[in-house]
Structures are given as C-alpha cells and as structure tokens.
Design a protein around this ligand. Structure first.
Ligand code: G6P
Length: 598
C-alpha cells in the first residue's frame, strides 16, 4: 500500500526522501509527493504517476529545509491525480500530512467541517485530518495530533509537520505499519525498514496507539494519554544490497535467482533435533486438536502445501483459510487449537484481523513471517522468521519458497511417528537442489515464447502439486495479465474441460510419484482435446514425458523436495512471459506488495 518516509536531522531532507520513496515504490505507485519545511514555510510537491514523474518535476529544484516527509500513494479514496496525492494540507497551508490506511468516518467529519466553512481540494480521507488539525490546533503539535487521532475511526500511520512549531514532526500509528530509524543525531520514519536501511539499522517498530515527537534529530515516544513510553530498539541485520537490484533488470528476477542462498538462511540452525529455532516443540505440537492456517494471496497457497504435511505428522484436521473470509464468518475455533498465520510482510490487514479472531478464541498463534518486528510477529504467541531477506518484487517468489520450507521444517520437527519421507540431511541439500533447478531457465524461456501471445493458460496438478499449480497461475496472472487458472487435475472433467481446445496451453505439475498415473490420465484427457501440454516432473516419469509436448525435468530428489523446487520453473514461466509482453514486472498494475487495508 502507501509508502511513508520522514526525516529530521542536519542533512537536506529532499534527497533522503526521494531515495527512501524509491525503495518503497513497490508498496503503491499511482502518485508520489513530498513536503519540506524550513520552519517558516512548507513546500509541497506532488505528482500523479510513478516516482520518476515527481523526480523529473523536482529535477532542477533546490528545496531546503530542516524536516521532510514523503509518500507514494496507492489510491483508496479518490482517483490517482496530482490533487489527491499526498502530502495534504489545511486551508492556510500551515500543516502537511501524509497517511497510510483508511479513515472510516471521514465523510461525517468532512460534512461537519464543510458546514463550518472549511474547504477541501481533494477527495481523500487524509485531507480531512489536515483540516481538523488546523481547527483543533492548541499550540502543541503532539497534543493536537493525538486529540485529532482520538476522533478518527479506522486505520492509520500519520506523519505531520507544521510551520507553527519549528523543526518538528509528529507521527502515530493505528494498525498501519510505521518504523522509526534511529541514527546519530538524525531520525528517520518509514512504513518499511528497507526504505531507510542505508542510513541506520537501528529501528523502533511503533505499536498501535504510539505517537512520536521528533525534533532536531531526536525523538520521544508517547501513548494517547501523553504518557512517555519506552520501546526497544531492534537491530535489523538485512544488508542494504539485498534491497537493491544488483545489476538485474528486475527485483523479481534477482529474487528468483537468489533462492538457493536465502533458503540456506531459512534452514540454518533449524536442522538439529530439538533446535531452539523451532518455536513449538514436538510435545507441544501433539497437544492441539485442530490447526487453522490463515493467510492471503501467495501465503495462502503456501498454506495449502502445509496442510497435507501437518495432517500427516500430527494426525489432526488442518483447515486452510483465506484471511479475508475467515475473519467475517464464525469459525468454530477451540481453545486447544493452533493458528498458523503466514505472511511475508507481517502487515496484511486481513491476516492481522484473523489473528485477532484466533487469539480471542483462545488458540495459540504461530506466525510464519519474513519481516522482523512486523505487526504479526509482535501479535503472535510464537514466531518463525523466514529469513529470506527483503522481498521487493510485488510478485512473491523467495518468500513463498521460504514459506514452503518453513512449514516443512516445522512438520519435520513435529513428526514423532516418522511419517514424513524426508530426512534432515535431505533438507540440508535443498540449496544445491535449488541451484540445479535454476538451470532450467533457458528451456523455460523457450516455453514462454510459445505462451506469451495466448489469452488463457491452465495449470493442473494433484495433491501438493495442486498447491504449487495454484501459485504458478497466480504468478502468471499477476505480472503478465494473462488469464491463468489452476485446477486440481481430477476436477477438470467437471467443467473446465469444456474450455480446452486446439492449442490451449496446459501446464502440469507432476512431482508426486504416487499420483503420477492419475495425473497422466488427466493429461491424456486434455491431449485428446488438442491441448498444448507443458509438464514439469521427474526423470522417471516417462509415460507423462511421452505424451507431453514439452517436458521440464526436475533434478532427481526426494518427493517432497521435488514438489518444493517445482515452483522455480513456474516462477520463470511467469517472469519470461511477462517480460516478452513488455509488462512492468516489479510493479504490476493495480497491485501492491503489502495490503494494509481491507
Ligand atoms: C499482496 C501481495 C501478494 C501477497 C499478499 C499477502 O496481495 O501482492 O504477493 O501474497 O499480499 O501478503 P503477505 O505479506 O501477508 O504475505
């Protein structure tokens, strides 16, 4: 969603804001803006479009100041245009404000302000807050922001500066992420630590209801009752280079290629029996009556993979739930259930709400997340960090792989009855296996050539392969805008088979030896209707290989690991198809990396 940056310190704010916004652009990118204050005047510049448009607009401008705030917007209220872009201001231009989240009662507030003759330029909920700040101004920015925040319903990360109180920024959060970077005599704000990592690795993750007053490069934290609060500084051990493209054209491509290296980190220290890196012990895991895996998007697809593993090793039912649905029904969650919430960002609003529901019902919540210190990591009772480093491409790749491997590690540690046919030694070999699988790129590039002009692509698989097919289809549609659909192979004949005709591309994932014959029969069905079959499977699946038009052979390995590495050819298919179509791979239209609104 929207990206936030702020700076207070001895340096010129503008270059710091622009650099931070570049690192945040993936969060939302239909417009961008900055505000820089020199104490007596605030300069606000904002432009519809990608950050480059703003950069070009500011190219020859020198905007000096002591504090600055910047924003990339992903529209919720009001179309993307210059006026609706942030920062917003009050009627006398004394305040500048940026905001991430949704103010649900903004319409009532706006109506009441209009009746008092205040005026508005934009259609946004944020401008209402700016006007309300000027109305409620009491001579102190921190107090005024907190007073106004008390009137707000909804979610926010708010950052405000004003000419009425020199060199000061006040920021606060309710449900939307906000990080404070602590430097030497300078302070940074961001919605994501990756945006300011080049300046400092000391971060404070604001809690809901926290407000920070920043003045001349120092800060103080308060709660809504103006009581000063202490928050721990966390050291983020991500390298700055991890959040850079390092010579590659796209983040997504770089993130696909680095999967062997990052998975090494996911498994590091977690292969020994009774590893302290496994947050729930074998004994504890046996005690749950039921498991709820709750997530959104790619993380949900990862959960589909985990379901089979956990059912097998724990012998209890596992339900995989879309967080946006789960939170609005009345699931029968017991006190003795385990909730596993999966999220790359740890900030997805629906997953957070689902976590609250699980906790309210008394179940233990284990979060599998990538971003250290994120909201879900702090809400959960236990945390398993993926350790795959910052993921910038909107289409998730390495984090998804980390989610699969993370669940495999948990299942392996909980497997007291030795039901899983994979050893720690096998898992240790995964990085090498991933490296081997990445060699399929050239072959996939040729396959992409035959697909990229199509309109519809179908993905089929059975069992764990179906979970992978679902993710493969999502990857393709996210970045290439082709219609892609995944089906459990056995379901084809119950409807979708009607859509298969001469030349329809069907991508088959067939890593599961014990389901091979069944999948091969389904491939016969589509072949008989003229489909163009691209299969991904093992070297021993001759029958399937013979009937497929193209066959991508996975390196020989254990069955579960085979399934895990099958995602690599699927990621390459999506990437190369989108590239051939000339689409904006890292920033697909209408999508954002982190969805912090409902
Ligand atoms: C967005 C992203 C997806 C992601 C989903 C869940 O829709 O575009 O790539 O899978 O959110 O995000 P999370 O951070 O919770 O894994």
């Amino acid at each position: 969603m929207c990206g936030i940056v702020g700076y207070s310190g001895p340096k010129e704010p503008l270059p710091i804001l622009i650099a931070g916004l570049s690192r945040l652009e993936y969060r939302g990118y239909d417009s961008a803006g900055i505000a820089v204050s020199d104490g007596s005047e605030i300069t606000i510049e904002k432009k519809e479009g990608k950050l480059d448009v703003l950069k070009e607009h500011l190219a020859d401008r020198k905007i000096n100041g002591n504090v600055g705030i910047g924003h990339t917007r992903w529209a919720t209220h009001g179309v993307p245009n210059d006026v609706n872009a942030h920062p917003h201001s009050d009627n006398s231009q004394d305040f500048a404000i940026i905001h991430n989240g949704i103010i649900e009662n903004y319409a009532e507030m706006k109506e009441s302000l209009l009746s008092e003759n205040y005026s508005f330029k934009s259609d946004t909920d944020t401008e209402v807050v700016a006007v309300e700040l000027s109305k409620q101004w009491n001579g102190n920015l921190l107090e005024t922001v907190i007073n106004v925040a008390k009137d707000l319903e909804g979610t926010y990360a708010l950052v405000v500066t004003t000419t009425k109180q020199e060199n000061t920024i006040v920021a606060g959060r309710m449900m939307s992420p906000l990080v404070l970077g602590v430097g030497e005599g300078e302070v940074f704000l961001a919605s994501d630590s990756a945006a300011i990592l080049e300046h400092t690795n000391k971060m404070i993750f604001l809690e809901n209801g926290d407000f920070v007053e920043i003045h001349d490069g120092s800060y103080r934290l308060f709660d809504t009752e103006l009581k000063e609060v202490e928050r721990e500084i966390q050291i983020i051990d991500w390298e700055v280079s991890e959040a850079e493209k390092s010579g590659h054209e796209h983040f997504m491509y770089k993130e696909i290629l680095e999967q062997a290296e990052v998975i090494e980190r996911t498994i590091n220290g977690r292969l020994e029996e009774d590893s302290v890196e496994i947050p729930i012990s074998k004994e504890q895991a046996q005690k749950y009556d039921k498991i709820w895996i709750v997530a959104c998007g790619t993380a949900y697809h990862a959960g589909l993979f985990g379901k089979d593993l956990f059912e097998k090793v724990l012998g209890v039912p596992v339900s995989v739930e879309l967080a946006s649905e789960f939170r609005y029904r009345e699931p029968i969650v017991g006190k003795n259930d385990l909730g596993i919430v999966i999220s790359q960002s740890g900030e997805t609003m629906d997953t957070i709400a689902a976590t609250e529901l699980l906790k309210e019902n008394g179940s233990h919540v284990l979060a599998l997340v990538n971003v250290v210190g994120s909201s879900l990591a702090r809400m959960a009772d236990s945390v398993f960090y993926l350790h795959v480093g910052p993921e910038i491409g909107v289409a998730s790749t390495k984090a998804y792989l980390g989610m699969l491997v993370g669940q495999l590690l948990l299942a392996k540690h909980w497997d007291s009855k030795k039901k899983l046919d994979v050893s720690f030694e096998d898992i240790k070999g995964l990085p090498v296996l991933i490296e081997e699988t990445l060699k399929c790129e050239q072959e996939i590039n040729e396959i992409a050539e035959s697909i990229y002009k199509q309109n519809d692509v179908y993905f089929i698989g059975r069992g764990l392969d179906y979970a992978l097919a679902a993710e493969g289809a999502l990857k393709l549609k996210e970045i290439s805008y082709l219609h892609a659909e995944a089906l459990a192979a056995g379901e084809l004949k119950h409807g979708t088979l009607a859509l298969i005709e001469e030349g329809t591309p069907i991508i088959v994932t067939a890593s599961q030896y014990h389901l091979l014959d069944k999948t091969t029969s389904n491939v016969q069905e589509v072949k008989a209707r003229g489909a163009d079959v691209i299969a991904i499977g093992n070297s021993s699946s001759e029958k399937l290989e013979n009937i497929s038009d193209r066959y991508v052979t996975l390196p020989d390995s254990n069955e579960i690991l085979s399934t895990i590495i099958s995602i690599i050819p699927l990621q390459f298919i999506a990437y190369h198809v989108a590239n051939k179509r000339g689409e904006s791979i890292d920033q697909p239209r209408n999508l954002a990396k982190s969805v912090t609104v409902e």
